[in-house]
Design a binder for this molecule. Sequence first.
Ligand code: F6P
Length: 324
Amino acid sequence: MPEIKTIGVLTAGGDAPGMNACIRAVTRVARHHDIRVLGVEHGFTGLMAGDYTELIRSSVSNIIQRGGTILKSARTPEFHTPEGRKKAYDCMRAAGMDGLVVIGGDGTASAGGIFCAEFDIPVVGCPGTIDNDLFGTDHTIGFDTAINTALESIDKIRDTADAFERTFYIEVMGRTSGFIALDVGLSCGAEFIAIPENQTSLDELLKIFKNQRSTKRSNMIIVAEGDDAGGAFKLAEKVKEHTGIDYRVAILGHVQRGGSPTARDRILASKLGAAAVEALVNGQSNIMTGEVNGKLSLTPFTEAAEKKKPVDTILFELTKVLAE
Ligand code: F6P
């Protein structure tokens, strides 16, 4: 088992609150093992450009509470080409890198799997994305913060929806998944949640409006951006065509990507960052760290990226009962 003397760490894809806590844990645990750490700027773009800066213990002081990523992030289509990956490999070898920790979502996991299949530098991942759509972990780093940030905004919208007796359609992030919408929908007391994992039934939504108590005047409808109804505006218009119910729409957007990470995200990020370094030290590679039922889990990159994590449909059904 080759000794690990120098590792790189990078953040890629959509940034997520908690990525800095993860970078901090990777750096501090690696230094604890006398392993040199190279911070890679701008994700896989920087990996191919040799954009590396040494990180020492003090480099990651005072960042655990910060959103975003001190290493910046990027989406790098070029890394999905053999030439791009070879360029990265050559830069890594030239810098003396014996291992790499990648912090990101499903795109990062899939890129890590392809790289490991072609080259002999071990790579271990940490699931950093607000979407929570990675298989092999109950929660991804950033998800808890994102749902609490969204909830804070939605509670404010509820005040004006009640005051003006209006129906609001609120669109949340999640790309092609509905994890954010489901958790936020239940916790904000939504009347209905539209998620990509469930065919959105207009009839079901119309029935909810039809069967409401006559005294009920305001509604909160949570719509995942990837929903098959085509997003909040389209769904709102469809309902209005059938019911005449006026509406307002709020697209929460990138506010869900920022903010100081919650304690839960900081703890998860610290545990998984540490686990990634330990895995490299133990000679492991081509895996994404995660936590399942409170226990550390190690999932092959391709499985983490490709296997579909099921949504908790109980939340979906419970929302309907609780909202009646
Ligand atoms: O993957 C995280 C995410 O925030 C998704 O929820 C969202 O659809 C996407 O990134 C937005 O990408 P960008 O920041 O490139 O607009």
